[in-house]
Design a protein around this ligand. Structure first.
Ligand code: AMP
Ligand code: MG
Length: 391
């Protein structure tokens, strides 16, 4: 049986990052830079004042009072300071040529004709220097960076409006399967249940700033294959849920195994039955139907796959380490992902290990990874924990 790591490696080996394209900065949130962004200008662009106050030449301040010669406001062109004078200067305004320090209003009488200074400034005081943040040619955001609002602001601040990033949005088709599934709000007939996986998976996809389209198909292999074939024509990735285990109506397997899609067990719980391959060239990941299995499969396999397609240099997620609040048990030979409550380095279990316990999944904030070889872990053992709070 493949371990989860081996299965993930198999998936990632098959996928390559989307080609880079030039796109507007405004819509590039969450995309991965394919090139370093370097600044064509220094930041700050010119010496400017860090305070509202008076710019002056320190050597001119032989007493405590200087005549005031005009002002420099934010947006003003750079003025020239007449010898022996002070000039009003506002925050962000260019330092007048000849000035070498700024005295904040608080250290003056705020005079308009002449100003009296109560605290002698030091040379260079309250001047933000040209280029002290970034010099021409410095890297503003490196290749491989996932664009955050901070990166975007820095790129905008150097006047760049377009970036070269791996193509997005990814179009992901999320297809749920099962004759028993009804949408929330619909009437339930006997034996039917409400469908929750497609909403969950679509929102997890959107959390990566990819596009998600959901649909639901009954347990009919021919209908399903027809539907998936259509989805493949306009999707970058297809995710299915349900119909991959060994039941009589395992529709996904029935429809796709004959086309060479791999189906098999992965040594984990929940999430043992998995499938992966390509349908007419479009990668397809087939997840189990139980809601917790589908969630864990997303975290372990789908998210890294999507991130690889989106060009992330490090697509695989990283658990943190945490200490067990109490003993936890797990079957031998399978990596177990228990639902947990994590706080301050300690994790405790939230209800049972069942893969149908969607209420417990909602109540938890972490997955607790119990290694395959362990059957009992004592309280105080350090384990991997996958935080779910930011999903
Ligand atoms: P399956 O793998 O299709 O046999 O599904 C396993 C279990 O998960 C069954 O109890 C299904 O009813 C349930 N299930 C499958 N798909 C969904 C879904 N989209 N939403 C909620 N439960 C589901
Ligand atoms: Mg089913």
């Amino acid at each position: 049986m493949l371990s989860p790591q081996e299965y993930l490696e198999q998936i990632l080996r098959d996928l390559t990052a989307n080609a880079p394209i030039q796109s507007p900065l405004r819509t590039a949130r969450g995309t991965v830079l394919a090139e370093d962004v370097r600044t064509p200008i220094p930041l700050p662009i010119f010496d400017n004042s860090a305070m509202d106050g008076y710019a002056l030449r320190l050597a001119d301040l032989t007493g405590t009072t200087l005549p005031v010669a005009g002002e420099s406001a934010a947006g003003s062109a750079t003025a020239t300071l007449p010898p022996g004078c002070a000039m009003k200067v506002m925050t962000g305004a260019p330092i007048p040529i000849g000035a070498d320090c700024v005295v904040p209003y608080e250290a003056t009488d705020r005079g308009t004709v002449s100003v009296t200074i109560s605290e002698r400034p030091t040379l260079g005081a309250h001047i933000r220097r040209q280029g002290e943040d970034l010099q021409i040619g410095d890297v503003v955001a490196p290749r491989g960076a996932v664009l955050t609002p901070r990166h975007m602001a820095a790129i905008a601040a150097v006047g760049i409006g377009e970036v070269v990033a791996h193509a997005t949005p990814m179009r992901v088709s999320v297809v749920s399967t099962g004759a028993e599934l009804r949408q929330p709000g619909e009437d339930l007939t006997d034996g039917a249940i409400y469908e929750s996986n497609s909403l969950m998976l679509a929102e997890l996809v959107r959390g990566l700033r990819a596009e998600a389209e959901t649909s639901s198909v009954t347990d009919d292999p021919e209908l399903l294959l027809e539907h998936l074939t259509r989805q493949a024509t306009h999707s970058d990735l297809i995710i299915t849920t349900g119909g991959v285990s060994a039941g009589d109506y395992d529709v996904v397997k029935a429809a796709l195994a004959p086309l060479g899609i791999w189906f098999g067990p992965v040594a984990m719980q929940p999430g043992k039955p998995q499938g992966f391959g390509r349908l007419n060239g479009t990668p397809i990941l087939c997840l189990p139907g139980n809601p917790v299995s589908a969630y864990v499969s997303f975290v372990l396999f789908v998210r890294p796959a999507l991130r690889k397609l989106m060009g992330h240099p490090d697509p695989v997620g990283h658990p943190i380490r945490a200490r067990l609040a109490h003993e936890m048990t797990s079957p031998a030979g399978k990596t177990q992902f228990l639902r947990g409550a994590y706080a301050d380095g300690i994790v405790s279990q939230v209800r049972g290990p069942g893969s149908h316990l969607i209420g417990a999944l909602a109540a938890a904030n972490a997955l607790v990874e119990i290694p395959a070889e362990a059957t009992i872990l004592a309280a105080g053992t350090d384990v991997n924990v996958w935080l779910m709070e930011t999903d």
